[in-house]
Design a protein around this ligand. Sequence first.
Ligand code: TYM
Length: 339
Amino acid sequence: MSEEITNEKRKTVLSAVQPSGNLTIGNYFGSLSRFSEFSEMFDCYYCVADLHSITVRQVPAELRRHTYEVYALYIACGLEPDKNVLFVQSHVHEHAELGWILDCYTMFGELSRMTQFKDKSAKHADNVNAGLFTYPALMAADILLYQADYVPVGADQKQHVEIARDIATRFNGTYSQTFTIPEPYIPKESRGAKIMSLQDPTKKMSKSDKNENASIYILDSKDDIIRKFKRAVTDSDTTVRVGEGKDGINNLITIYSCVTGKSAEEIEREFDGRGYGEFKLAVGEAVADKLSPVKEKFNLLMADKSELTALMRDGAARASRTASRTLSKVKRKIGFVEA
Ligand code: TYM
């Protein structure tokens, strides 16, 4: 457990993953693989953010499949359903409701500055919908409904957690103390805060990348994993060392470090005098071995959809108990008449 997080009183952790594609090792190292470390000491809520995912057009059957898959991967990555509240966002109506309310406490200018909005609206120029723009207010609702203290995410979500803090502070200032101000909890860069694409290591690895060789998916076969690492774009140097202009190798060193726990210096020593080919193979094998038990557990879970559905239902009921308390408080403060 990190010393940045203390446990004076029982604190709350919330995070979420969108079911918008096959999850990558970026998702794994940046978020999923870290979630189970919080279970014993904190009240933990992890949601499958399906409401967020429709800001980009999804194929209905794929959205349904990915929703089950992300839910099963939470468990396969070590989250026990009785020690964590695991739920699907659209099953807990308070998210959409508080999302709307927070839209009214979020400024146009703030939303315009979000880099993810700029990136995604450039990428999906034919579908720059209002949801894509107000996405961070819904994400703030996810976090604030549970009075989360910590939000474990990769570096790309930092700006969204910061706007959630600003929205919470604004609401608390307008009325009175209502929301806990959340803190992003981001791993160090060398520990997976931002895993880069294998084909363009200046870009983050993304589950929505069209080029399948750019990403290692958690559910890829060992052969695919090794093949993709072999093809990873590197540079014309031959020494395995961290350096400027060596984005590809830097990324592979980070990935190897995430899997083995070794520092960059140790890795440089381990591969001293050995070429890129040997290093890429070692990274591929280490990643495949790490993911193999996750995949095994995942397959068992996916074989029993009715059990997953029952767990989703139970998780939603537990999430809703907390979320409804916060939402009632918010409505009272605003001046809504109680039903
Ligand atoms: P999403 O679904 O894009 O990604 C899920 C998590 O994976 C992290 N991540 C990465 N980390 C390291 N390297 C990468 N290449 C990489 N790609 C993704 C993300 O930072 C994230 O932690 N908006 C969120 C989902 C969300 C959420 C929330 C998160 C909705 N509501 C409330 C926290 C709290 C998203 O799109 O994540």
